[in-house]
Design a binder for this molecule. Structure first.
Ligand code: SF4
Length: 514
């Protein structure tokens, strides 16, 4: 009987993978629903004897089975997109059935937890610290230091909270991991529990991820005996962006309004219900099982760039030819990611801008394509790595409109606790509107004509507006309580700096024809 592998990742299912699987079954094939390789532009991808066919439709079934399909991509593991990766967190991607305990154990599953139990809490923390693992959710804080703080904190009850509230635009690595390899996340949490002495864990994610919720719940049922006495539950939030902020997430988890808490106290000392709590992102926790295997921490530490050690699952999205998930060691350049790996824009037009780090990340110009993927390098360039999301725009993008969107997004998602974010974002939208309208309105009357051909005095008005926007961004950056307000200036100021003509009406965006 022919064995056919088809992903059951939500992205593949949205593209018709379920119907495809049924069609192969109807032809007498045995179908395994596996995780996605991450080559999203080829989903639904069909694998038979290691050979790939994609994106496959129902019309391709007969030809694939007959060996005459024009959708053949060759041996999947030799495809340049796969062969160039360094996979630790996504080592099982494309290979295993997400809810198969057998597949998980056969691919090294539970080896990290077994060793963690053998070496004890202090040694676990030492291994994680030695690996150089930093929080993959965006902050980049050393995971070992966080765990050690919780380990040493006084208290009878301690918690492990997984921040799975993936809300950044163009990011899907958390979802892919939770849907494709849920036991890896659970094992990482169980190791963290052993490290700090926690009894209970929570995975907090949003209701927009129904497949991930279903799979995590099923996986937790299947492995309850293995992770015992550690217990873990899935908690579902309503999808507020600010609930990805760790203190806001903790409030939501406690059933309160998702407002950011002032720090100190740190959640590591007073977190969930006032107890010491590890709050880590999905990718940080899922990297841990590998690190805890014999020699895993040094192998991890040996990859990377500068103080950014190990690998980063990078998500290529937006207007890009080869969109998908690509795991590689830190140090790769932005140009390599966008052009060599991503294949440039899907539209075939020139790249105009690349936003790295979600809706609050900076817009980088193609002139900056030699910037390497590394926390410190991005900080020095006034940019963020964030959760590793890369969103590409071609030359038809209006960057003034994108800057306005960033302010509007902040205004809509603000928790309202502090003034620079709550009020500043609303004023920011107004200022950008005035600049883009080509005039300053006073008492509802526009007094500045188009900036590019305005008289000298009017030009000063435009400069004043841009100065006001700059001041406002400085206030938001340094006066906001959390990253939502504090990072909104990154997209706004980078767009203003790199494409001022898109604000002042001087740009001539190309005509877009369908
Ligand atoms: S910056 Fe915005 S989201 Fe963050 S605490 Fe202040 S008001 Fe709330």
């Amino acid at each position: 009987m022919t064995l056919v592998k088809i992903s059951d990742d939500a992205l593949a299912r949205a593209g018709g993978a379920d119907r495809l699987a049924a069609a192969f079954e109807a032809k007498g094939c045995e179908v395994h629903r596996v995780s996605s390789w991450g080559m999203h532009w080829l989903e639904p991808l069909v694998e038979i004897d290691g050979q790939g066919f994609g994106p496959a439709t129902l019309a391709d079934v007969e030809a694939i089975l007959a060996g005459t399909s024009d959708k053949a991509i060759g041996t999947i593991t030799e495809h340049p997109f796969i062969a160039g990766q360094v996979r630790y967190t996504f080592a099982r991607a494309g290979k295993t059935r997400p809810l198969s305990m057998e597949d998980y154990a056969a691919t090294g599953g539970w080896a990290g937890l077994t060793r963690a139990r053998q070496i004890g809490s202090e040694a676990i923390v030492a291994e994680v610290t030695a690996s150089g693992l930093r929080g993959r959710g965006g902050a980049g804080f050393p995971t070992g230091i966080k765990w050690d703080t919780v380990r040493k904190a006084p208290g009878d009850r301690k918690y492990i909270v997984c921040n799975a509230d993936e809300g950044d635009s163009g990011t899907f690595a958390d979802r892919a991991l939770m849907e494709g390899d849920p036991f890896a996340l659970i094992e990482g949490m169980a190791i963290a529990a052993n490290a700090v002495g926690a009894q209970q864990g929570y995975i907090y994610l949003r209701s927009e991820y129904p497949d991930a919720i279903r799979k995590l719940n099923a996986a937790l049922d299947l492995c309850a005996d293995i992770i015992a006495p550690f217990k873990c539950e899935v908690r579902v939030g309503a999808g507020a962006y600010v609930c990805g902020e760790e203190t806001s997430l903790l409030n939501s988890l406690e059933g309160k309004r998702g407002e950011v808490r002032a720090k100190p106290p740190l959640p590591a000392l007073e977190g969930f219900l006032g107890s010491p709590t590890v709050v880590n992102n999905v990718l940080s926790l899922a990297a841990v099982p590998h690190i805890l295997t014999e020699g895993g921490s040094s192998a991890y530490q040996n990859i990377g760039f500068g103080r950014s050690r190990g690998t980063m699952p990078i998500q290529l999205a937006g207007n890009i030819r080869h969109g998908g998930l690509y795991e590689i060691g830190f140090g790769v350049t932005l140009g390599q990611l966008v052009n060599d790996i991503g294949g440039g824009t899907a539209s075939g037009r020139p790249v105009k801008a690349v936003q790295v780090g979600g809706p609050l990340g900076a817009y980088l110009h193609p002139d900056q394509f030699d910037i390497v993927f590394d926390y410190e390098t991005y900080t020095a360039a006034d940019a963020l790595i964030g959760h590793g999301g890369i969103t590409v725009f071609d030359d038809t993008a209006d960057m003034g409109a994108m800057a306005r969107f960033a302010m509007e997004f902040c205004a809509a998602e603000s928790c309202g606790k502090c003034t620079p974010c709550r009020i500043g974002a609303v004023r920011g939208v107004e200022i950008i509107d005035r600049i883009r309208a080509g005039g300053r309105q006073r008492d509802g009357v526009e007094v500045l004509p188009q900036i590019h051909n305005a008289p000298k005095d009017a030009g000063r008005e435009a400069a004043q507006e841009i100065g006001l926007l700059t001041d406002l961004c400085e206030t938001m950056k340094f006066g906001s309580l959390c990253a939502l307000g504090g990072f909104t200036p990154y997209p706004v100021m980078s767009a203003l700096k790199n494409w001022p003509e898109d604000f002042t009406g001087r740009s001539s965006l190309p005509e877009v024809t369908e």
